[in-house]
Design a protein around this ligand. Structure first.
Ligand code: FER
Length: 246
């Protein structure tokens, strides 16, 4: 199915929990930069939530997966407004009780920002290896392994996978203050991060966890950005935290 966001089709998939309860909580699950909703770690987290009584709504964001928009034209603002639209869609589903946000990496930062903007309707946040260093890196002129003058941003950057990314991605990222979003969100937060993450330094997970008012941090020893070695420990952390919360 598609959720329309101002003319852009967002590919979305709703999975209901096992059992036959009429109403249930729902978790929106968002992938990372260059990712999509069918990645192994995204489907695994979604499936685990379904097993313990949560509906999930996985969404491909602007320029990713089977959604509309070009990859090279995506920005964090577009992802953020996508997230706001998806939150409103989910709130209006009549079976939904409480609403949670979960996102991986760039999707993790997106849920940190959207959760703060909608702190009155988001019951809890699960940023997985959140890439919240992106705005700082954009201001410092160092993103995607490229070094550039932050006051003269290149028109085009190379993404990891051979695709190109418009420099407006960087200009947008430079304006975002994730610390303000962290300070604004008072609800419960679970951050999970592999301590051998090659894409997002684990120190950012520690910093965010210290700054949030109510945050549990689970570090996965030896694991990578997409949990190549211990995905089971990520799922255990999510399951345990959700069950303690509800
Ligand atoms: C970067 C490092 C990590 C970057 C993006 C990420 C745009 C995001 C990773 C992800 O979402 O998986 O330099 O630049």
């Amino acid at each position: 199915m598609y959720i329309m966001d101002d003319g852009i089709k967002l590919n979305a998939k709703l999975d209901m929990p096992g059992g036959h309860s009429e109403k249930c909580p729902l978790v929106i699950v968002i992938h990372g930069f260059t990712g999509h909703m069918e990645e192994r770690h995204i489907t695994a987290v979604s499936g685990t939530l379904n097993e313990i009584g949560f509906a999930t709504l996985r969404v491909d964001m602007y320029g990713h997966g089977n959604s509309g928009g070009e990859f090279q034209n995506h920005t964090l603002f577009k992802w953020l407004t996508n997230a706001l639209t998806v939150i409103d869609y989910a709130r209006n589903l009549d079976f939904v009780t409480d609403l949670y946000l979960c996102g991986h990496s760039q999707g993790g930062m997106t849920v940190m920002l959207a959760g703060a903007m909608k702190q009155d309707v988001i019951k809890g946040l699960i940023p997985l290896s959140p890439a919240w260093m992106i705005p700082e890196a954009a201001r410092n002129g160092s993103l995607l392994g490229e070094v550039f003058d932050p006051d003269h941003v290149p028109d085009v950057l190379a993404a990891w996978d051979g695709r190109t990314l418009n420099g407006n991605y960087v200009r947008v990222a430079q304006t975002i203050r994730v610390e303000e979003a962290i300070d604004r969100y008072a609800g419960p937060v679970l951050i999970v991060h592999g301590d051998q993450d090659e894409a997002v330094p684990v120190e950012y997970a520690v910093k965010a966890a210290e700054r949030y008012k109510d945050c549990k941090l689970v570090l996965i020893p030896g694991d990578t950005h997409c949990y190549d070695h211990h995905l089971d420990q990520v799922l255990d952390a999510v399951r345990q935290w959700m069950q303690e919360l509800t």
